[in-house]
Design a protein around this ligand. Sequence first.
Ligand code: HEC
Length: 140
Amino acid sequence: MKPSILGGGLLALGLALSASMAFGHGDVQPQPVDTAGLAPLGEGWKDENPYRGDVKAIAIGDSGFNQNCARCHGLQVISGGLAPDLRYLPVGKEGDEYFVERVRHGAIINGMTKMPAFEGVLTQEALWAIRTYIESKHEE
Ligand code: HEC
């Protein structure tokens, strides 16, 4: 029997799609974020982003976001609808306070974990770097 060209093509397409979907949703396990080069922040949580506008923090936050947040909030902070589109999070201190509250404690709604808590999983430095990246993508 001749091998089916169509079958082979569909199989290849399927493999390409599953590979890109795995990438599109990022890694499921929390991924450590290397924050070398950022000023250490100590124990207590800041209520305002200490790295705002810092290009190094934006670069670190870009990779931290894509590994830990993008599977729900979308690559490049463009939500596919699974979770809020963080481009519209308020800028400045108002958004910072809201951000920190949410990422530390996650979102548990009617007993279901919609978003995991990141306190103790990612460092304060990593989370503020992610906030810096998100703010760099802000839209009105
Ligand atoms: C498992 C999916 C998931 C992951 C992973 C996730 N989130 Fe969320 N996040 C959600 C959902 C769902 C909500 C909305 C919860 C609600 O309805 O209040 C949310 C809400 C938020 C909010 C509040 C947005 C708003 O407009 O109310 C912020 C800020 C946020 N997430 C940041 C992050 C960051 C930063 C990361 C990565 C460190 C992250 N999230 C990882 C699912 C996720």
